[in-house]
Design a protein around this ligand. Structure first.
Ligand SMILES: [Fe+2]
Length: 239
């Protein structure tokens, strides 16, 4: 297993964590950081400049899943490549968007990814095309394909990283309890979590979106400001 893997939550355009990582020398070229959606770095066509800054600050590989405040129109216009066994968009030399419903082998860890969420669930009053974009919520077809991949690999998945939370986790965070009747993603994620929980090798499900750092039960963990070492579960002191 080479290099450490870090997981962190929604950045909404802020690079403060990465400036601190650079200043304190907390990461090495063999390390990988995964942001669990809502990076806020991919908003308009100036994103390459932001990603060059990100690469300058983080010496290893930067990966992210999409949230509901990332520009899916730009992401979906990019060519698809393969990265560590799954489909990704390469946005810069060392920056990858990990696509929905994929499994990546990151230094021997099998990581299943599922981006996307619904903005209105946060009672967020933003403007479409400025604050959120079409495609934020996984389609029925994306969910079907993701489920097929998950269920056919259920015994070999070590970690899940999603933006939205399984229903059980959502219900533990009061301000996120309200759901529109037709918004199925948290219930779908819950059914996947129930299946994964039966697998002895499954270690942890990390998600963002809720803007809190919180463990929920044995294997669910919401990440936001924390920079968590995927293997040990320890939060790295970065500020
Ligand atoms: Fe979000």
């Amino acid at each position: 297993m080479t290099g450490r893997v870090f997981i962190t939550g929604d950045k909404h355009g802020s690079m403060r964590m990465f400036f601190d990582i650079a200043e304190k020398g907390l990461a090495a070229p063999e390390d990988t950081v995964i942001i669990a959606g809502d990076t806020g770095y991919i908003r308009d066509h100036e994103y390459p400049l932001k990603l060059l800054t990100l690469q300058r600050l983080f010496p290893g590989t930067v990966c992210f899943i999409d949230g509901n405040h990332d520009n899916h129109v730009i992401l979906n216009s990019l060519p698809v490549c393969e990265w560590n066994g799954g489909r990704a968009h390469r946005l810069a030399d060392r920056v990858y968007h990990l696509m929905r419903g994929e499994i990546f082998d990151i230094g021997g860890r099998n990581v299943f990814t599922m981006g996307g969420a619904r903005t209105v669930e946060n009672n967020y009053e933003g403007e479409e095309g400025v604050d959120f974009w079409p495609g934020e919520e996984p389609t029925a077809e994306e969910l079907r394909m993701a489920e097929e991949k998950l269920l056919s690999n259920i015994g070999r998945i070590d970690y899940v990283i999603s933006h939205e939370a399984p229903l059980e986790a959502r219900n533990s965070i009061p301000r996120f309890k309200k759901l529109d009747g037709d918004y199925v993603l948290p219930a779908v994620l819950q059914s996947w979590y129930d299946r994964l929980s039966e697998s002895p090798d499954f270690k942890k499900w990390y998600f963002g979106h809720m803007h809190t750092d919180q463990e929920i039960g044995q294997k669910l963990r919401c990440v936001y400001n924390n920079l968590v070492d995927l293997d040990s579960g320890l939060a790295i002191r970065w500020h």
